[in-house]
Design a protein around this ligand. Structure first.
Ligand code: GDP
Length: 444
């Protein structure tokens, strides 16, 4: 899986990383190639669109980090967006419920449902030390029931005794009863699949769900079927309700489209993946690892991460040094205001600082909102370098010029200067260990 896509993306990004500079046109050209590669990998069109749009936006607006080439930055952006597309964090099967916890497996015939049921039972028994009961609800194919019984015997995991002539929902009830009486932790319900998506299968699954009230409903989907698997997931989720997805045959040579669009299209997490026929071939689905496997550029990604964190550390150290010296000019103030805007404006910043909510009213009364932040940046931008460095030279005529440049009144320039003085005092206080970080703002 992913081989072809990996090769294509690798080629596109390799060409970018070699370049010293990137224009918007370069980014656009790369995005077109990435778009084509994803579509060829059978990723859903809507997912491709939103992915390339997000990457493009960030790539064009990316801050250039010292010691990192623009192309390397793009690799990191692609990597992060791939992870987001795959669901960010890995999600485990949730067993947090009263035992026996019912888990229902649904999916088409041949998708790997019975095998996955056995794989999951094996992992829960051997790794998690749970007592597991497996039950086949496939009343249409006696061979399917027998298949689960054989797997159970091999793995020394209990299966519900077969009673001929019972309806699937009655077997589900019997399984839960046996689970309670036998002191099991988990009951795995392997339902019957059909060869195609049909209403009978859906309504039967809905009835079983009503009877057993499963804590997890997992769709087992064959990743080799690409977008069909995604459509299946959407239909099952609408009709029955899913809590997660297991993608099988990740070891096959599929194009990867199902794995890549499943999460974004259905909103349901891929919890596990089947990587072989044997009962130990089951793995957690880790978005970051999958993205790493697809891009194969882990070294570039970690290089950018390291450079970005060094940059932040360098900036922080420089800021502390300035504070210690009591130096805080208008250029520094501009940087602080930008930082605030980046962190989600005043609201975002306040949410991140414990104990700051008290000051909310004060700040609101001072008229400092996100629009004001932007305006203040604009005022500072209308100044000369010299003025930013040395605000004391700002006399009436200069103030008039600045006000005209920023399209505001002289009064607003005065307000900004007052706010700067307050912030500078606050910075000094912080440098000496006094006062909150927003103290200057509150008095502005
Ligand atoms: P069911 O009809 O949905 O219960 O499907 P089965 O569990 O019987 O699986 C159908 C076939 O797919 C069997 O031959 C399994 O060994 C095989 N299979 C299941 N999962 C995987 C997997 O992750 N990788 C591979 N290579 N084969 C699998």
């Amino acid at each position: 899986m992913f081989d072809n896509l990996s090769e294509k993306l690798g080629g596109i990004l390799d060409r970018l990383t070699g370049r010293g500079s990137l224009s918007e046109a370069d980014v656009d050209a790369a995005m077109r190639e990435i778009r084509r590669a994803l579509l060829e990998a059978d990723v859903a069109l809507e997912v491709v669109r939103s992915f390339t749009e997000k990457v493009r936006e960030q790539a064009v607006g990316a801050t250039v980090v010292k010691s990192v080439k623009p192309g390397q930055m793009v690799v990191k952006i692609v990597n992060d967006e791939l992870i987001a597309m795959l669901g960010s964090d890995s999600q485990a099967i949730d067993l947090n419920a009263v035992a026996p916890v019912p888990i229902m497996m649904v999916g088409l015939q041949g998708s790997g449902k019975t095998t996955t049921t056995a794989k999951l039972a094996r992992r829960m028994t051997q790794r998690d030390k749970r007592k597991v009961l497996m039950a086949s609800l496939d009343v249409y194919r006696p061979a399917a029931m027998e298949q689960l019984a054989v797997l159970g015997r091999d793995l020394e995991i209990d299966t519900l005794p077969i009673v001929v002539g019972q309806k699937p929902q009655d077997i589900a009830r019997r399984a839960m009863e046996a689970g309670r009486l036998g002191g099991y932790d988990v009951v795995l319900l392997d339902t019957a699949g059909r060869t195609t998506l049909d209403e009978d299968m859906m309504s039967e699954a809905a009835e079983i769900k009503a009877a057993a009230n499963p804590h997890e409903v997992l769709l087992v989907a064959d990743s080799l079927t690409g977008q069909d698997a995604v459509n299946l997931a959407r239909a099952f989720d609408e009709r029955v309700g899913l809590t997660g997805i297991v993608l099988t045959r990740i070891d096959g040579d599929g194009r990867g489209g199902a794995a890549l669009s499943m999460r974004a299209v259905t909103g349901k997490p891929i919890k596990l993946m089947g990587t072989g026929e044997k009962t130990d071939a089951l793995e957690d689905f880790h978005p970051s690892r999958i993205a790493g496997r697809i891009l194969g550029m882990g070294d570039v990604v970690s290089l950018v991460e390291k450079a970005a964190s060094t940059l932040d550390a360098e900036k922080a150290a420089a800021a502390v040094e300035k504070m210690r010296k009591g130096k805080f000019d208008l250029a520094d103030m501009r940087e602080q205001l930008e930082q605030m805007t980046k962190m989600g404006g005043i609201g975002g910043l306040m949410g991140m600082m414990p104990g700051i909510s008290k000051m909310k009213n004060q700040i609101a009364a001072a008229g400092v909102d996100d629009k004001v932040l932007k305006r203040q940046v604009a005022i500072i931008d209308s100044m000369t370098r010299e003025e930013r460095k040395n605000p004391d030279i700002l006399k009436a005529s200069r103030k008039k010029r600045i006000a005209a440049g920023a399209g505001i009144k002289v009064e607003d320039v005065n307000k900004l200067l007052k706010m700067h003085r307050n912030m500078a005092d606050m910075m000094k206080a912080v440098g000496r260990g006094k006062g909150g970080p927003m103290a200057g703002l509150a008095q502005a």
